[in-house]
Design a protein around this ligand. Structure first.
Ligand code: PCD
Ligand code: CU1
Length: 805
């Protein structure tokens, strides 16, 4: 038999397991139009729902007249808050412990807010019905600036007026949500007072939006005969949605089946619960028919979860030689009309307290004030777990600001402050235990790869030429060394609505030796069907091609908390390895029985168990699988299945070193990204090609955010970026070319040593692009300037610095 002579290496390669750049199995469907997205779901007699939305950012709703709308052919019902109130469904709980109007209840708090829900026989009739609903508004003063909101007499949340306690402690003002403090305030202030050098700056990370290719949507189908509700939707956390729907609707959880079909990108946008879900469920119960709701692009950009909008006031203290001695940060967080941030319960500002970054900073203090304004609610990740991208932007900008103050090279300043390899596990001043890292090695590799010293020489020459009038283009060199925190998370400190953030995997091996594994996570494009099979292939010796990965159906998948915060690999990936090990343990007993030796006398060898010391006596996993169903083995149950619910002991801390070289035209404000180098360390790598794709995608989103993407409002609260004409999405024309690289520092607590990677490129690239812009103007005295660095803003910088003659 060919199999018997194959070397272990050849057998191993045949499995396409860990470390293999296996082609994405899902792409056969995706590239041939065989994907199955929410909008592809068409059920018998299905109706459509659409929203009447508020044109005002702040107004009283005086009256809603649905009479004309109900006359529109095809319109069957129009729901308003008055219809939902008797069911207790006119408000819904948010992930952040606040509550949010499902449909406008007396007033509206942001432009685009849901006011009424029209149900009709098709999309077009629903749209006509929306036009025909007459709403009378009475405008109220608008607050779009969080600092003004904290001073203003205008009460945004009248439902909370007089409530001095919020979900996260005391409220200081009627537009204040919470204060969150971490670290040692007194010690930090003392260090600041006594330091050789203190650099201080306001770092603003503007409001943006994940804007996935596919917008949010759902199909709710209530079967009145069986009493079973099936809810298809673009959910990044299907099980959590099932529990939430059960809690707020009163429908028993076993009678709810939530299915996330294929998802066309999530990026955090599809974590929260939206009014469209609640209204569709109610409409299906009322009409007895399936009801579909799918946002259009404007709906998505105006009303579903935004990201960032953090004003971060920083102070960083150092010795004259550049050794950082302390960090202070106060953040004003603009949460919009409702606090609907998607963060673990105990972390109202997410993991913002990772803002000490990659540096060994002895003392630090962070405080965050959450504020209501007349903007859309949300506050999701957008490819950075729980405010990590804000934290990374803050510290990586502060390092640059400090380098200016010290008149030091920013690469060297980073190097002398990095946490050293021998300091891991490292306890940070703001409360995290970094699991592993080797920052110096990564940094040196990165600087060498780009030829850092030569780049600085070229930059200096260019500056001379510029001053001599020979060129109008400057060179900026952007540096970033980021530390991410992903894999929420230990159940002891991370939960969402009380649900501990473990994750799960269940495996069934079929008699012929192929398998299915189901997980509590859900891919939105990451390629889980490809990579989780690779983990299993290496763990249990069955080729990845013979393993089906299934996610997203709560009737079949084990309970899990879903996919966001790059938690799938650190948590569900670990569960997969652990479940695989349970399979292997039983397989070992079966093999020993078949080989008539003691359990301890066989050992695992790639795809089989061999008798120790006698490689010619073995049973392959295929044979073992068959025996599990075919032989009565004393003391063993038939079958070969396992399930693991994994509660990680810690998060994982991926990191990376990014370097960007940019040319900036001083007269037009235009930029050209000449090169972008990204070194990522995500521990053990499962699929290098998928990792590379993740870096390309995430860095492109980072490029968009840093260089143009913005959710902007005018003073009246009008949303200025509700279409793709105004909201910048880079095409292949603008997208830079990336050079990727890596080091491997495994996570010591993860069963296969893997850390997450999906978010890293966004966390790392935004400060890198921004630092490049700042660096170009450093010789002319630029210290800080707010993103996005679009052509107009860059032109303004140059103009403000007197570079236009
Ligand atoms: N070491 C390692 C790691 C990792 N990996 C791979 O990679 C990926 C990713 O992973 P992760 O990192 O773990 O993550 P996940 O969890 O899976 O996912 C999540 C993420 O992911 C990213 N990416 C992506 N992609 C796509 N395509 N799409 C999408 O949507 C998305 N999103 C984004 C986001 S935003 Mo958030 O939600 O904001 O929080 S978070 C996020 C997968 O496949 C895995 O397996 C490998 O291989 N290796
Ligand atoms: Cu995030």
């Amino acid at each position: 038999m060919k199999d018997e002579v194959a070397t272990p290496e050849a057998r191993s390669a045949g499995l396409k397991g860990m470390g293999c750049s296996r082609k994405r199995v899902e792409d056969v469907r995706f590239t041939q139009g065989k994907g199955n997205y929410v909008d592809d779901i068409k059920l018998d007699g299905m109706l459509f729902g659409d929203f009447v939305r508020s044109p005002y950012a702040h107004a009283k709703v005086v009256s809603i007249n649905t009479e004309e709308a109900l006359k529109v052919p095809g319109v069957l019902a129009v729901l308003t808050a008055a219809d939902l109130a008797p069911l207790g469904l006119h408000w819904m709980p948010t992930l952040a412990g606040d509550k949010q109007m499902v449909l406008a209840d007396g007033k509206v708090l942001f432009q685009g807010q849901e006011v009424a829900y029209v149900v009709a026989t098709d999309r077009y009739a629903a749209s006509d019905g929306v036009e025909a609903v007459e709403v009378e508004y009475d405008e109220l003063p608008v607050l779009t600036n969080p600092f003004e909101a904290l001073e203003s007499d205008v009460v945004l949340r009248e439902d909370l007026a007089g409530q001095t306690e919020g979900a996260h402690g005391p409220r200081k003002h009627h537009n204040h949500i919470f204060t969150w403090e971490q670290g040692d305030k007194a010690a930090t202030e003392q260090v600041l007072a006594e330091a050789d050098v203190v650099a201080e700056e306001m770092i603003y990370y503007h409001r943006t939006h994940p804007c996935p290719l596919e917008t949010c949507g759902c199909v709710a189908s209530m079967d009145k005969v069986t009493g079973k509700l099936t809810l298809y939707g673009t959910f990044q956390a299907p099980h959590a949605i099932r529990t939430v729907v059960s809690l707020i609707s009163g429908i028993a959880e076993h009678n709810i089946r939530v299915i996330s079909p294929d998802i066309g990108g999530g990026f955090g946008n599809k974590v929260g619960a939206y009014a469209g879900y609640v209204c569709s469920v109610v409409a299906s119960i009322v009409t007895g028919k399936p009801v579909k709701w799918v946002e259009d692009r404007m709906d998505n950009l105006m009303s579903t979860a935004f990201a960032r909008d953090y004003w971060m006031q920083g102070k960083i203290a150092a010795t004259k030689e550049g050794k950082i001695t302390g960090l202070w940060c106060h953040t004003t967080a603009d949460h919009g009309g409702f606090d609907a941030c998607a963060d673990p319960t105990k972390f109202p500002a997410g993991f913002m307290n990772i803002c000490t970054g990659s540096y060994d900073i002895p003392v630090a203090y962070l405080s965050v004030d959450g504020v209501y304004t007349n903007k859309a609610p949300g506050g999701v990740a957008y490819r950075c777990s729980f405010r990590v991208t804000e934290a990374a932007y803050f510290i990586e900008r502060m390092i640059e600001v400090l380098a200016i103050k010290l008149n030091m090279d920013a690469a060297e300043l980073r190097r002398i402050n990095f946490i050293r390899k021998d300091q891991f596990p490292y306890q940070s001043a703001l409360g995290w235990e970094y699991d592993s890292g080797d920052y110096h090695t990564a940094w040196d590799k990165a600087l060498k790869a780009v030829g850092y010293d030569d780049l600085r020489k070229e930059q200096a020459q260019r500056l001379e030429d510029f001053k001599a009038g020979k060129t109008r283009k400057l060179i900026g060199i952007g540096l970033t060394h980021f530390t991410e925190i992903v894999g929420a998370g230990p159940v002891k400190n991370c939960d969402i609505l009380g649900l501990g953030m473990f994750d799960s995997c269940e495996i069934r091996i079929h008699p012929t030796g192929s398998a299915i594994a189901r997980l509590g996570t859900i891919s939105q494009g990451q390629g889980h069907a490809t990579t989780f099979a690779q983990i299993l292939a290496s763990e249990i010796g069955i080729p990845a091609d013979d393993i089906t990965i299934e996610e997203g159906d709560t009737d079949t998948a084990p309970y899990g908390l879903g996919t966001y915060g790059s938690r799938s690999t650190p948590v569900a990936g670990a569960a997969t390895a652990m479940a695989g090990r349970k399979i292997r343990a039983k397989a070992q007993m079966i093999a020993a029985y078949l080989l008539e030796v003691h359990d301890d006398d066989v050992e695992f060898d790639v795809d089989r168990f061999v008798v120790k010391g006698d490689g010619s006596r073995f049973k392959t996993m295929k044979e073992i699988a068959f025996a599990a169903y075919n032989k009565a083995i004393p003391g063993l149950e038939p079958g070969l299945e396992a399930v693991s619910y994994y509660d990680p002991p810690n998060m994982t801390y991926p990191f990376g070193a990014y370097i960007c070289v940019m040319e900036i035209d001083v007269d037009t404000g235009e930029h050209e990204v000449r090169s972008f180098y990204a070194l990522d360390d995500c521990g053990t790598r499962i699929n290098p090609m998928i990792i590379e794709g993740q870096i390309h995608g995430g860095a492109t989103e980072g490029y968009a955010i840093a260089m143009g993407q913005e959710i902007a409002y005018d003073d009246m609260g009008n949303h200025k970026s509700a279409t793709l004409m105004d909201f910048f999405l880079p095409t292949s024309w603008e997208t830079p070319t990336y050079q990727t690289d890596f080091t491997v520092t495994p996570s010591p607590h993860h069963p296969i040593g893997a850390k997450g990677v999906g978010e890293s490129p966004n966390v790392g690239s935004v400060p890198c692009f921004s630092n490049a812009v700042h660096d170009a103007f450093r010789p002319f005295g630029l210290v800080q300037s707010h993103m996005p660095h679009d052509h107009w803003r860059v032109w303004k910088i140059a103009n403000g610095l007197g570079l236009h003659g």
